[in-house]
Design a protein around this ligand. Structure first.
Ligand code: HEM
Length: 159
C-alpha cells in the first residue's frame, strides 16, 4: 500500500476517523497489537526522535506498555487504557503531547517508524490503510511547534 503524508496546516480544524475494528482482529487482537506496537516503539527507540522519550530502557518499556493500551482501545479492543480519567480521550491525548515540543519533522519521523512497523504486518492492505489514515491525521494534532512559533492544535470535537 502507499503511505501518504499530508502537510499539517497550522490552525486548521481537524477531524479524523478511528481505525476499523477489523484491523484489530486481523492483527491478532490484544496479543497481536502488543507485538505490533512494541515493535513500533523499538523502532522509535533507535530513531532520530528517540530523545523525546525516556532513555532508560526500563522507563521506555513502561511507556511502550502504556501507549500500547491506548492503541488497543482506540482500535476497538478492550478498554484497557485508564489514564484519561473520564476526559475525552482524544482531547486528553492532544494535551499529553503539549508537554513536548513536537514539530512537523518529528511527526514525519514518527510516521516513518509507523510505516516500518506496518510493513512488517501480514494484514490486508485495506485494513492497514484504515489504521494509517487514523495516525496520519491524528498525528497532526500532536504538532504544536512551528518554525514561526508555538500554537495549540484545534480539535473539532464530535457532538
Ligand atoms: C497518531 C499519533 C499519536 C498517537 C496516537 C500517540 C499516542 C500516545 C500515547 C497513548 C501516549 C501516552 C500518554 C500517557 O498515557 O501518558 C503518548 C505519549 C507520548 N508521545 Fe505520542 N502519539 C502520537 C504521536 C506522537 C508524535 C508525532 C510524537 C513525536 C515525537 C509523539 C511523542 C510522544 C511522547 C514524547 C510521549 C511521552 C512519552 C513519555 O511518557 O515519556 N507522539 N503518545
Amino acid at each position: 500500500m502507499e503511505y501518504q503524508i499530508t502537510d499539517v496546516v497550522k490552525g486548521e480544524e481537524m477531524d479524523f476517523k478511528l481505525p476499523d475494528s477489523a484491523f484489530f482482529e486481523a492483527v491478532g487482537g490484544v496479543e497481536g497489537m502488543k507485538k505490533f506496537m512494541y515493535n513500533f516503539y523499538d523502532i522509535i527507540y533507535d530513531s532520530e526522535i528517540a530523545h523525546y522519550f525516556p532513555q532508560d530502557r526500563e522507563e521506555f518499556d513502561k511507556v511502550k506498555e502504556k501507549n500500547t493500551k491506548f492503541f488497543i482501545q482506540i482500535c476497538g479492543g478492550p478498554k484497557v487504557y485508564e489514564e484519561a480519567g473520564g476526559m475525552d480521550l482524544n482531547e486528553y491525548m492532544i494535551r499529553v503531547h503539549d508537554d513536548f515540543s513536537i514539530n512537523e519533522k518529528a511527526r514525519i519521523s514518527w510516521l516513518g517508524c509507523m510505516m516500518e512497523a506496518l510493513e512488517e504486518l501480514d494484514v490486508d492492505p485495506k485494513l492497514k490503510k484504515s489504521f494509517w489514515d487514523y495516525v496520519e491525521s491524528f498525528s497532526k494534532l500532536t504538532v504544536n511547534t512551528f518554525s514561526d512559533g508555538a500554537y495549540h492544535p484545534v480539535y473539532k470535537r464530535k457532538k
